[in-house]
Design a protein around this ligand. Structure first.
Ligand code: URA
Length: 276
C-alpha cells in the first residue's frame, strides 16, 4: 500500500475542506471516537472477541491511492491581487487546475503550478513543466532556470519580470523532472489554451522544445524552431532554448542565439514598460 506523509495528508485534507466550503458546505458532522472497552474486573469473563462484534463501517470511502493532491493555490491569491478582468477570468481556471486529477501527475505533485505575472501583459512566456522548486512553491520559474529567465527578461529584454505572464505546458511536476509525456500534455492542453485565450498576448515566447512544438504545431527540433516568428491566430510565437539548457551549455554561441531570439520579441513589442 502507498504510504502518505502526515504533511501531505494534512494538505490534502485542507484542500478538500476548502473545496467543500467553495461548494457551500460550512459544517461537517464529527463522529465521537468510541471509548475503549473497560477492562473486565478481576474474576469476570473477558468480552467476546472483536470479530464477533465488528465495528460499523465508516460511510466515507477509503482514501484512493493516486487521489489528487489539492492545496490552496499561490496563483489564486496573486490573481486576486491583480484584480483585472483577465485576472478574474483566470480565477476559475486556476481553481480547476488546483483540483485537477486528469493525469497521473496529480498524485505525485506537492501542488499545482498555474502561472504568475500580470495577466494584462502583451508578453507571455511558456515553459515546459514545474521543477522541484516550483512544485514546492506553486510558482513557475523560481529555481536556477527561473533566475536565468529573470535575467533574460530584465537584462536582455529590459522588461520587468512581474509585467510578463509566465506559465508552463504542464501544471504539475513530472517526477524527477523527466520530460512531459504525450498523455500529460494532452490532459493539460485545455488549461494553457484558456490562459492564452484570456490573456490574449501579442507575443508568446516558448522556452524549450515542448512549448515550442505545442505552440507552433510542428514536430521539429528546437534548433530549427528558434530564430523565427510564427503566426498563431494573429499572435506571434517565438521559440528559444530553455534556460536549463542554457545553464548546461553556457557558451557564448548558445547565449547569443537566445539573445537574438528574445530581441525578435522586443522588436515586436517595443520598449517597456509592458504594462501601464
Ligand atoms: N522549467 C520550466 O520549464 N518551468 C518552470 O516553471 C521551471 C523550470
Amino acid at each position: 500500500m502507498a504510504r502518505i506523509t502526515r504533511t501531505r495528508l494534512a494538505r490534502q485534507l485542507r484542500g478538500n475542506l476548502e473545496l467543500l466550503q467553495l461548494g457551500g458546505v460550512n459544517e461537517l458532522p464529527v463522529r465521537q471516537a468510541r471509548k475503549p472497552a473497560a477492562r473486565p474486573a478481576r474474576g469476570q469473563p473477558a468480552p467476546a472477541p472483536a470479530a464477533l462484534h465488528p465495528a460499523p463501517q465508516a460511510r466515507t470511502a477509503p482514501a484512493k491511492v493516486g487521489a489528487p493532491v489539492v492545496v490552496p493555490s499561490a496563483a489564486l491569491q496573486e490573481l486576486k491581487a491583480f484584480d483585472s478582468p483577465q485576472a478574474r477570468a483566470l480565477e476559475p481556471v486556476a481553481e480547476q487546475v488546483r483540483v485537477c486529477g486528469a493525469c497521473k501527475l496529480c498524485s505525485s505533485r506537492t501542488q499545482t503550478v498555474f502561472g504568475t505575472g500580470d495577466p494584462r501583459s502583451p508578453l507571455m512566456i511558456v515553459g515546459e513543466a514545474p521543477g522541484g522548486d516550483e512544485d514546492a512553491r506553486g510558482v513557475p520559474f523560481v529555481g536556477r532556470a527561473g533566475k536565468l529567465l529573470t535575467d533574460i527578461i530584465e537584462k536582455g529584454m529590459k522588461y520587468r519580470r512581474e509585467h510578463v505572464y509566465i506559465c508552463n505546458v504542464l501544471k504539475c511536476r513530472p517526477p524527477g523532472n523527466r520530460n512531459p509525456e504525450p498523455d500529460e500534455i494532452e490532459a493539460c492542453r485545455g488549461f494553457l489554451a484558456r490562459q492564452i485565450e484570456i490573456i490574449n498576448p501579442k507575443v508568446i515566447l516558448a522556452v524549450g522544445l515542448f512549448p515550442a512544438q505545442w505552440l507552433t504545431g510542428r514536430k521539429e527540433p528546437i534548433g530549427r524552431l528558434r530564430g523565427q516568428v510564427f503566426d498563431m491566430h494573429g499572435r506571434k510565437v517565438i521559440a528559444t532554448y530553455h534556460p536549463a539548457y542554457v545553464l548546461r551549455n553556457y557558451t557564448v554561441e548558445v547565449r547569443k542565439k537566445v539573445h537574438e531570439d528574445v530581441l525578435l520579441a522586443v522588436g515586436i513589442l517595443g520598449p517597456g514598460p509592458l504594462v501601464a
